[in-house]
Design a protein around this ligand. Structure first.
Ligand SMILES: [Zn+2]
Length: 179
């Protein structure tokens, strides 16, 4: 598990497909994302700004050990391990460890309310045009392993992301026909 499960050249890290602490892709500043992901993100943020929409990065690459610390602190914070695990990946099972995933918001409103912000709506509609998809759409927890996260976007590259219609609830697992 030093390398992720891969389908059509796409790394897929999830609850079903974990990676070890040794998997640490080379990332670029300031968020530790892969160079292609950062480049696509810059283009998307610039396009959003032109449309009068603010997009702020809340979280980019996270290492195995960072993720372990986050899950432990969320379990303590919620006082409910099962609930904490619905939203917070165990170490090795977070897409953030790939450097291909990014949490985005307007810099103010966080949580499920992100979906109703101008930024959240713009991203869901426009992200596929810039190589990103909403990775954990609503109603797909049984497939993705995660509850709806209106802030979490995964870089696929435009060749693939354009296969995802704007505002679609199709998941990456469904598209790739994998579990
Ligand atoms: Zn995320």
């Amino acid at each position: 598990m030093d390398r992720p499960f891969t389908v059509l050249g796409l790394p897929l890290v999830s609850k079903r497909h974990p990676v070890s602490s040794r998997f640490a892709p080379r990332g670029v500043s300031p968020h530790g994302l892969t160079a292609q992901t950062q480049q696509a993100l810059d283009a998307m943020i610039a396009a959003a700004r032109k449309a009068g929409v603010t997009v702020v990065v809340r979280s980019g690459y996270r290492s195995y050990s960072t993720q372990a610390g986050i899950l432990q602190s969320k379990i303590r914070e919620y006082g409910d391990e099962a609930l904490a695990r619905r939203y917070n990946a165990a170490p090795g099972r977070s897409e953030h460890q790939t450097g291909l995933a990014v949490d985005l918001y307007d810099g103010v409103t966080w949580g499920l309310a992100v979906r109703n912000t101008k930024t959240g709506r713009w991203l869901w509609a426009n992200a596929p045009a810039y190589g990103f998809i909403l990775r954990y759409p609503p109603g797909k927890e049984a497939i993705t392993g995660y509850a709806y996260e209106p802030w979490h976007f995964r870089y696929l590259g435009v060749a693939l992301s354009r296969a995802f219609a704007p505002n679609t609830s199709q998941t990456l697992e469904e598209y790739l026909r994998v579990r």
